[in-house]
Write a protein that binds this ligand. Structure first.
Ligand code: ZN
Length: 310
């Protein structure tokens, strides 16, 4: 840790993080105390404050543990999320074109169901390069914006070059899964990930090769060493980070803003949309920074291709 945390700030931030978790309980429908008024004013005030900010959830899924489209909309309504950028990556190593087409169909039908609330992101597996490029055409024709990749190949694998070049032509961001690698949980945890998992250095490499491309380093709160990742990505201006993940460890967002700047940090929910919201209120941010991270930064990414929210 490069930051000394005073006991006072630790207690203040812990209280807010806990509020975030309680907010999560309320969001998940386990408790509606905060909304019914029977809980403390403190929590009610937090919910009012939460809803005051426009939000784009830059990392959301359908068909993973959050559930179906209605479940994602339910989370969004409770947290005041205007737009959720949804995808359904193939999360197994043995994928197939049939599987990623099926997953993209799922996303396209969710967007058709809630066109004002969802932006659909396509997924492919570059191992099937030709089929992936064809699938991207099909998805873009159907209105999908952006690409979500998993860990079948690294972000800087040459198999991805034509796919990245297509995203550059379309001005679309590429959201890539990242993993613990160097982890705080224990060295044995990292061995669960395959060698094809993208680590921060892989993002640095590909961002340098394609400076016109936009990359989103997934879930800074996903269990990886976020200090290490932020330091590694510091000089890669075309790499954004989203703050999703179940790790609401103190100081993640402030550290990211300090090292990457306030324009490269994005609110994201991934499998637990409430944790990121809670973390956003435990972070020490000014109004402008909160507005940027919750909404403006991602909308600026969308703006580059003309897909933004008005
Ligand atoms: Zn994800």
């Amino acid at each position: 840790m490069t930051h000394d945390i005073s006991r006072r700030s630790f207690l203040r931030n812990t209280a807010l993080s806990t509020a975030g978790l309680m907010l999560g309980g309320s969001v998940a429908g386990c408790s509606s105390q905060a909304e019914s008024g029977s809980s403390s004013d403190y929590l009610i005030n937090i919910m009012e404050k939460v809803r005051r900010y426009r939000k784009i959830n830059s990392h959301a899924h359908i068909g993973l543990s959050v559930g179906g489209p209605e479940d994602q909309i339910d989370f969004a309504n409770r947290l005041g999320i205007d737009i959720s950028v949804i995808s359904r990556p193939v999360t197994t190593m043995d994928s197939s074109p049939e599987l990623f087409r099926k997953n993209n169909d799922l996303i396209m039908s969710a967007v058709e169901q809630f066109p004002d609330r969802f932006i659909g992101q396509m997924t492919v597996d570059p191992t099937y390069q030709e089929e992936s490029l064809e699938e991207m055409d099909r998805c873009v024709d159907r209105g999908m914006v952006g690409l979500k990749l998993y860990k079948q190949v690294k972000i800087n694998d040459p198999l991805l070059y034509p796919i990245i070049e297509k995203c550059i032509d379309l001005n679309m961001v590429i959201l890539m899964h990242s993993g613990p690698d160097v982890t705080r949980i224990g060295p044995e945890y990292g061995t669960l990930d395959p060698p094809s998992l993208s680590i921060p250095e892989d993002f640095v490499d590909i961002a340098e090769r394609y400076p016109e491309a936009m990359f989103q380093f997934a879930h800074l709160g996903g269990g990886l060493d976020w200090e290490y990742a932020c330091k590694a990505l510091r000089d890669s201006p075309n790499v954004y980070v989203d703050v999703s993940g179940s790790n609401n460890e103190q100081n993640i967002i402030n550290f990211a803003v300090e090292h990457l700047g306030e324009d490269r940090v994005l609110y994201g929910g991934d499998l637990n949309p409430y944790t990121g919201v809670g973390s956003m209120f435990s972070a020490v941010l000014n109004e402008g920074q909160r507005e940027k991270i919750f909404f403006e930064n991602y909308n600026n990414i969308l703006k580059k291709g003309g897909y933004h929210v008005s």
